[in-house]
Design a protein around this ligand. Structure first.
Ligand code: ZN
Length: 340
């Protein structure tokens, strides 16, 4: 099969890779119907995260089950499935508590490389969710979004405590931030302020439910958010970037007793304990337990209640994966959709 390999920063190539096969009796092998490039792939592509050898890329996927191991009982050959970026067994204490991304047996899909024609999915019964029938093509981007960015944006809203009547702030206008807006809307937020400097992203944020857009950043951004809330600050802040600046902004915008969720892999984030103490703000999150939300999110998509796939503004054949990385790196695209 063909799949994407990152050789060095800026150098991602489609190559012939060994066909995936069942290794453990709990595995499934799927043919990938759609995959995509993630903002977190760019950390390696840009050389921010170190890499030691050529690595397969990609952790977002949906597709058709081609083969299952002897111990797989819930997932069947021929089903159309979506899974999250971390494989989880669904049975350990953390999984049962809804923290599947901290599963005691968790395995990274990224290391297996979902930007490929086929993929081995470990712990198939716990990881994969089947949809009722094979989807029409127009549903593919929506289903694929559920594999990571929608579930992560959803978790950002849940971890920030969004509920009916909440005033929410979304820091970050990447795919996760934009879908954090969608999630906050679905969970009943009364007012949703999106921070974005880019017109096309501002427009999509408004379409997903943002009531206000703040283009300023840093001190000016914080001042503008406080002004919009009569100096009170925000109940629920969704921090969807993961940099020191974005987290600082998020904490300073929250009101006393407010919650800041963190769902972007932190790079250089250093939260000052004394500042946190003074602010009386709660901060928490982590790698999103996307699997917790998948059944409900797939149901919303299947019933065409939400269209998270609108974050894909570039569609390419998988063979053009390098252009997908370039376009996202240069911020010409929010998110690149790839079809094998
Ligand atoms: Zn588990």
């Amino acid at each position: 099969m063909r799949g994407a390999i990152l050789h060095a920063p800026g150098d991602v190539r489609m190559e012939e890779r060994e066909d995936p096969a069942i290794v453990n009796p709990t595995d499934a092998v799927i043919s990938v119907a759609a995959t995509c490039v993630c903002g977190s792939d760019l950390w390696y592509y840009r050389g921010v995260n170190a890499m030691s050898s050529p690595m397969p890329m990609g952790h977002e996927y949906c597709g058709v089950v081609e083969d299952i191991g002897a111990e797989v009982t819930k997932i069947k050959r021929g089903q159309f499935v979506v899974g999250s970026f971390l494989a989880s067994d669904g049975t350990c204490p953390h999984c049962r508590a809804g923290h599947q991304s901290a599963c005691q047996q968790r395995q990274s899909i990224g290391r297996l490389g979902a930007q490929a024609q086929a993929l081995r999915v470990p712990l198939a019964d716990g990881t994969l969710v089947a949809i009722p029938e094979h989807p029409t093509d127009d549903l593919l981007p929506n289903l694929l979004a559920a594999s990571d960015v929608l579930g992560t944006g959803w978790f950002a809203a849940v971890a920030a405590g969004v509920r009916a009547g909440t005033v929410a702030l979304v820091v970050g206008d990447g795919a996760v931030g934009l879908l954090g807006v969608l999630a906050a809307r679905q969970l009943g937020a009364e007012r949703i302020i999106a921070m974005s400097r880019h017109q096309s992203r501002q427009r999509l944020a408004r379409e997903f439910g943002a009531t206000d857009v703040v283009a300023e950043r840093g001190d000016e951004g914080v001042a503008r958010v406080l002004e919009l809330t009569n100096g009170i600050g925000i109940d629920a802040v969704l921090e969807c970037v993961g940099t020191r600046e974005s987290m600082d902004q998020a904490v300073r915008c929250a009101c006393p007793g407010g919650r800041v969720s963190m769902v972007g892999v932190p790079h250089g984030v250093n939260i000052d304990g004394a500042q946190l103490f003074r602010s009386q703000v709660f901060v928490g999150g982590g790698a999103a337990p996307v699997r917790r939300f998948l059944p409900d999110l797939l149901d919303l998509i299947w019933r065409r209640q939400i269209e998270p796939g609108r974050v894909f503004d570039l569609a390419l054949p998988l063979d053009d994966v390098a252009e997908g990385y370039r376009a996202m790196d240069e911020r010409r695209a929010i998110k690149a959709f790839l079809r094998p």
